[in-house]
Design a binder for this molecule. Structure first.
Ligand code: ATP
Length: 633
């Protein structure tokens, strides 16, 4: 039997013993309960049952202590196990452990004999005397007292478990009337050194106040009831959100991914600029939590080190996100968090596991990342600025990585967001110049800036002009007053390029005037509009693919048919066809018969606008279909 198998056997044996103790304890609990019930129901509560209950209580306490002792032994064994795993190459059983290890958090000391502590071992601290956590000093004790929450004030909702991690399980709960998240530690009885570690973590959390750092609300430091209370983040962790299906409203789109990264950078910048600087050392999707408004907060400072001096050593974190200097157990500084940030951003955008399972053991990962410079593969379609940024974040040399202060001050992520959402060059420059850092702006702010940038005469194109009304309908959802960057990018893909302003406005006017043009409408909308109409009735709309249009019509057999129209610099053509037409209008006129198109669908906002302009007294109530762009049926 090799060393790993032997350790594993011992861990399993201890776990079995703990389970047996738990069963014995549960039986004792039942016995105590029935004795108490009996005492209450009989006339003489002071009967000799009291003696029996006392004995049962002392046996229970002894069992609890035995359990704690066994749990501590498991911690030590797991530490040993990880040391062996880290130093060993691949073999059958190690691959399974690697699957667990790569997603865990652990801390490794600088000792030449690598002693490593696994996250589920409930501590990040080596127990050897040279590495004992110094006791909390008087000021720290005072600080902890201020945040102490009486155990009577903590109401757990045991049915609502939010997750579990290195130290314990997190539950929903209520404290002093407020819904909160409560992290209950798995192990409740620790030796002094580990208790100090816990108190130090509490102390660190009390000092961190920023909208992008998880709000610490208090802790209970009484052994048996050890727990940390934080604000509740209803959407949970980015790790779980990365696994939702792409048709879910919680799917992490490109925009969301960049905004998550932007919030993370803001939180991290706060940590790094604290005095003394705080390193996170375990930045990964599981440690980013999301509230109902998609505000992201960095959590879990269990492994944070307050940086004294210029750099520090000792491994920490989850191997997949670790910087080369940390994998090699060399000195590291704030820039190791920037490396993890790069890997995290790549994961947010690709939804894939870093390195796509290219490594099957810690030594392989470490050699690959630290010696051979292996990094996740950047997809070709990523905007150039994003590719460059990722490469800078995971530079081999930490000095060449940007700091979080550079990232936030230079608004790099905001620029990347614009690059990803707006393909039109003029449109990108315009938004970056006027609205960098904003995802949406009011129409009254947008339109004057748009006119001045693209030499559009606002006297000609005033709010009363038909073209401006069309443009506003295209850009501003019915239930809003704002233009979003995302919608701006989409509209430019259909109406761009945005080089000359007047030319662009002419294009808006001519497309919106086409009979049967509905703008943004889903195929479900189309089915509703065409229901009961004559065959040959057609609708022209934006395709779900940016830059393309769709013609939807009722065929001779009254079936709804869709054909795609592709917009290219040479003009418009049917998907798969070869002939380009200068406008959609021309394309329709020339292919009308072939497709069997007869009458344009009359309805929709653009039709209503055009008809209203021609005849101001016309009653359009029946013809007008107001569909918010963002709210497709
Ligand atoms: N404040 C909170 N609000 C909502 N969910 C939370 C909160 N805190 C933690 N969770 C959930 O509980 C899970 C476990 O959190 P915990 O901090 O214990 O471990 P972790 O960070 O996931 O793992 P590890 O500690 O091993 O790195 C999180 O991934 C998250 O899904």
């Amino acid at each position: 039997m090799n060393k790993i198998q032997e350790i594993e056997k011992n861990i399993n044996q201890l776990n079995d013993e703990i389970k047996a103790l738990e069963i014995r304890q549960a039986l004792k609990d039942l016995e105590i309960k029935s004795l108490v019930d009996l005492s209450i129901s009989t006339a003489n509560p002071q009967s000799n049952n009291k003696k029996k209950i006392d004995t049962l209580f002392s046996e229970t306490i002894a069992d609890l202590m035995a359990q704690a002792e066994k749990a501590q032994k498991i911690v030590a064994l797991k530490k040993d196990l990880i040391s062996s795993l880290i130093d060993q190459g691949t073999n059958g059983s190690v691959v399974d452990y690697w699957e667990q290890l790569k997603n865990s958090s652990f801390a490794k000391t600088t000792s030449p004999d690598p002693s490593v502590i696994l996250n589920s071992g409930t501590t990040t601290q080596d127990n050897t005397p040279h590495n004992q956590t110094p006791p909390t000093d008087e000021s720290e004790e005072k600080e902890i007292e201020k945040w102490e929450i009486d155990k009577a004030d903590i109401i757990f909702n045991r049915e609502a478990k939010l997750g579990s991690g290195a130290f314990g399980s997190v539950f929903k709960g209520v404290v002093r009337g407020k819904e909160v998240a409560i992290k209950k530690l798995t192990q409740q009885f620790f030796d002094e050194s580990i208790m100090n570690e816990f108190k130090k973590e509490v102390c660190l959390m009390t000092k961190l106040r920023n909208p992008h750092l998880l709000l610490f609300m208090g802790a209970c430091t009484t052994p048996g009831d050890l727990c940390i209370v934080t604000e509740l983040m209803p959407k949970g962790s980015v790790h779980s959100l990365l696994r939702v299906k792409d048709d879910s409203p919680d799917f992490i789109t490109f925009q969301r991914a960049i905004l998550i990264a932007r919030d993370t950078a803001l939180g991290m910048n706060w940590l790094h600029l604290s005095n003394p600087p705080i390193l996170h050392l375990d930045l990964k999707p599981a440690n980013l939590l999301v509230d109902n408004n998609w505000v992201v907060k960095v959590a879990d400072f269990g492994l944070s080190k307050i940086k004294i001096g210029s750099s520090t050593t000792g491994q920490a974190g989850s191997p997949l996100y670790m910087a080369p200097e940390m994998l090699l157990n060399k000195e590291y500084d704030e820039k190791c968090d920037v490396f993890s940030f790069g890997i995290l951003l790549w994961e947010l955008l690709t939804k894939q596991e870093p390195y796509n399972k290219a490594f099957t053991s810690y030594p392989e990962l470490s050699t690959g990342v630290a010696h051979r410079g292996v990094r996740p593969t950047i997809p070709d379609y990523f905007p150039t600025r994003l590719k460059e940024f990722l490469n800078r974040c995971w530079e081999q040399n930490p000095v060449r990585r940007p700091s979080f202060s550079d990232i936030t001050k230079q608004k790099i992520l905001d620029l990347i967001l614009i690059d990803g959402l707006v393909t039109d060059h003029g449109g990108r420059q315009f938004w970056a110049h006027h609205f960098l850092g904003k995802e949406e702006v009011g129409w009254n702010q947008f339109y004057p800036a748009f006119c001045s940038s693209f030499a559009i005469d606002m006297r000609v194109h005033s709010g009363d002009s038909l073209t401006v009304k069309c443009l506003r309908l295209l850009l501003v959802p019915i239930d809003s007053e704002s233009v979003s960057l995302e919608q701006f990018g989409k509209i430019l893909s259909w109406f761009g390029p945005l080089n000359g302003g007047e030319e662009f406005m002419d294009r808006v006017n001519s497309i919106c005037s086409i009979k049967g043009f509905l703008g943004e409408a889903s195929s479900k909308n189309v089915a509703q509009y065409l229901a009961g109409k004559k065959s040959g009735t057609y609708i022209i709309r934006f395709s779900s693919e940016p830059g393309c249009y769709a013609i939807s019509y009722l065929s001779k057999t009254k079936e709804i048919t869709h054909t795609k129209v592709v917009k290219q610099p040479q003009g418009y053509k049917h998907f798969g066809g070869n002939t380009f037409y200068p406008s959609i209008d021309e394309l329709i006129k020339n292919t009308f018969k072939n497709l069997g198109l007869k009458d344009p669908f009359e309805g929709g906002q653009f039709h209503a606008l055009m008809q209203g302009a021609k005849n101001p007294n016309l009653n359009l109530a029946g013809a007008y279909i107001a569909v918010p762009l963002s709210k497709k049926i």
